[in-house]
Design a protein around this ligand. Structure first.
Ligand code: KIV
Length: 267
C-alpha cells in the first residue's frame, strides 16, 4: 500500500518529541484562511480552531452558540491556509456529550476539514469520551481548568484550583485524561503553581493559557495577542500590538479620501 503524500506538517509525534526534549510548544488560535497562513508562516506549531470563534468572530456572548457546522466551515478554511502547523479543532458545546456522539462528530471534523485532532473540554467525566476517540485513531487534546462551555455551571470566568480540593480534582482529571490517551492538555486560567505541578507530574505536554510560564507550551486567542478586539480582553492577555488601532486609522483615512473626491456635478 502507498504511504500517501508526505508533507512537512507536524504530527502528534513531533509534539511529543518537543515535550520530551523540553522545547516549548507554541499554540495560537486562528479562524480564517489568511490569518492561519500568517500564523503558520510565523512558526506556530499548533493552530487551534477554538470555539472562541463564537465570541471573537461570530459576536456571540458565550461559546455555547457555536455549532459543529460553524467549526467545520472555519476549521476547513484554516487547514487549507496552512502547510506546517498541526491543526486542532474544538468540539463545540453539546457535540461531545457521550462517547458515540463525540466519535461521530470528531469523524465529521476530521473528514470534512483535514484537521488532525480535536479538543474536548472537561475533566474526569470526559475521559471515557477521549478514550473512545483515541481508540478510533483520533488524537485528542484535553482542556481543564476554566472550561468556557460550562460557564453557566461554573458561574463565571475565574481562576481555577485555588483550594486543596479543587487542586486535587484538577490533578486527578489531568491524569485520567492522560490515561485515556489525550496527547496534550490545555490548562486554562489555573493557579500557576498548580499548573506547574500538573505539568511536572504528567508525561504528556500541558498547554497553558493564563496559567503561568511553567506549562509545556502556551496558547492564546490570536485577537488577544495582536490587539484586534472591540471588547475588553481577558485579564491575562497582554496584547503585543494594536491592530485595532491600525484598522481604525487606515479605514478613517480611506473614508476621508473617498469624501475628498466627490463626483463631479453636472452644471
Ligand atoms: O476556544 C479557544 O480558543 C480555546 C483556547 C482559549 C484554549 O479553547
Amino acid at each position: 500500500m502507498s504511504a500517501g503524500v508526505q508533507t512537512n506538517r507536524l504530527t502528534t509525534r513531533d509534539i511529543r518529541a518537543m515535550a520530551r526534549s523540553g522545547e516549548k510548544i507554541a499554540m495560537l488560535t486562528a479562524y480564517d484562511h489568511v490569518t492561519a497562513g500568517l500564523v503558520d508562516q510565523a512558526g506556530v506549531e499548533i493552530i487551534l480552531v477554538g470555539d472562541s470563534l463564537g465570541n471573537v468572530v461570530l459576536g456571540h456572548e458565550t461559546t455555547l452558540s457555536v455549532t459543529l457546522a460553524d467549526m467545520i466551515r472555519h476549521a476547513g478554511a484554516v487547514y487549507r491556509g496552512t502547510e506546517r502547523a498541526m491543526v486542532v479543532c474544538d468540539l463545540p458545546f453539546g457535540t461531545a456529550t457521550d462517547p458515540e456522539t463525540a466519535l461521530r462528530n470528531a469523524i465529521a471534523v476530521l473528514q470534512q476539514t483535514g484537521c488532525q485532532a480535536v479538543k474536548i473540554e472537561g475533566g474526569e467525566a470526559a475521559a471515557p469520551i477521549v478514550a473512545r476517540l483515541v481508540g478510533q485513531g483520533i488524537p485528542v487534546v484535553g482542556h481543564i481548568g476554566l472550561t468556557p462551555q460550562a460557564v453557566h455551571q461554573l458561574g463565571g470566568y475565574y481562576r481555577h484550583g485555588k483550594d486543596a480540593p479543587a487542586a486535587q480534582e484538577l490533578i486527578a482529571a489531568a491524569h485520567k485524561l492522560q490515561s485515556a490517551g489525550a496527547f496534550a492538555i490545555v490548562l486554562e486560567f489555573v493557579v500557576p503553581e498548580l499548573a506547574a505541578e500538573i505539568t511536572r507530574s504528567l508525561e504528556i505536554p500541558t498547554i497553558g493559557i493564563g496559567s503561568g510560564d511553567e506549562c509545556s507550551g502556551q496558547v492564546l486567542v490570536i485577537n488577544d495577542l495582536i490587539g484586534l478586539n472591540v471588547e475588553p480582553v481577558p485579564s491575562f492577555a497582554k496584547p503585543k500590538a494594536d491592530v485595532a488601532a491600525i484598522i481604525r486609522r487606515v479605514v478613517s483615512e480611506y473614508v476621508a479620501e473617498v469624501k475628498a473626491n466627490p463626483p463631479a456635478m453636472d452644471s
